[in-house]
Design a protein around this ligand. Sequence first.
Ligand code: SF4
Length: 447
Amino acid sequence: MSFPLPARTAPSAPRISFVSLGCPKALVDSERILTRLRAEGYELARSHAGADAVIVNTCGFLDSAKAESLDAIGAALNENGKVIVTGCMGAEPGSIRAAHPNVLAITGPQAYEAVLEAVHEAVPPAHDPLLDLVPAQGIKLTPRHYAYVKISEGCNNRCTFCIIPKLRGDLVSRPAAEVLREAERLVKAGVKELLVISQDTSAYGVDLRYAESQFADRAVRAKFIDLARELGQLGAWVRLHYVYPYPHVDEVIGLMSGGLVLPYLDIPFQHASPSVLKAMRRPGNQEKTLDRIRAWRAAVPDLAIRSTFVVGFPGETEEDFALLLDWLSEAKIDRLGAFKYEPVAGAPANDLGLPVVPDEVKAQRWHRLMAHQQRISAKRLASKVGRRLPVIIDTPGASISKGRSQFDAPEIDGVVHVTSRRPLRAGDIVSVKIERADAYDLHGVAV
Ligand code: SF4
């Protein structure tokens, strides 16, 4: 994804083209770098060819993502020649240098200062404080009405398929007041939905020993529940991503029933078979998860659960996979993303000595999982027909606009197709009577 943001008019200002790859956490890094660049007077170019230099924010999570990053770097080198590489893949500069020895600089994730230094070296800034006005909320790469809020970096877990702790280090949480001030600025600037992200949202504040910080007239602990409660009082939808089912997550369900936080949990369960989960070394209490999901739904009947799963992890047997399908039938996960296991270089799973699942078996299990989930998703969505739901409009249309209910996160979940006689704008929250559902989306009329 590249971001040709609207250019301004200072003719002598140096121009930077930007490519942002990877997850929402990387997107937040991109936003921070872009905000700093604009504050220093750099323009954002519409194309690599028209820029003085290119920054590529890479993803290094899977080998396929690394290949995409290398392609993006190659394209930037061809079209421009002056290329600075940052992001997760920058933590392993050797593979980038091997493929593209001519890149100007390589920095790792969250290395904002190092990226800025590399830009200064390649294209010195031409700062004009009268021209360089940056909106108070910074530069957002998401549409104006929703924004990702990153509450921590890194991760204390050591899942065996994952190299993120190697790339991003251990958990470092932001003080609660800092997060809340950013969220407050965003809401004042028109953001209607805050998407809380991190590597492990429910571990928030552990590294700070839940230290208090002063926000407005009160001290707020750096604790998941306290932060969620405060965010919920800012007047925007609050959606929680990357939550692990630690016992204290039960507390946030109370905030959902009280309407402070959206009835939505993005919990990456990854598998259901105890032996696979053990080999994956997944965090959180994975036992009795079904009982807990039932209890959550008893308290918040509308709760939507999104999750991701990996098929074909080394040692996964047909019994393990069947157990996963049965578990899904019971858990009735609303939204599901599935990945075929990839032996990422440097991941401990490669050294477990477990039997490798052949590619064709992985592919077959992936298709079976998706077909199974499609039936579950269709049933869950059909139960919404006839109801009136609040829908946030993402893409207005002449007669049909696209939006999302409280049960859908942007980009990864389904949409609501809204027919409306009156014009709708991005960010409007409208009441929609749901008339029809298909496997992934809802269709309705604004009332
Ligand atoms: S929780 Fe596991 S999968 Fe997620 S970032 Fe941490 S180590 Fe990686």
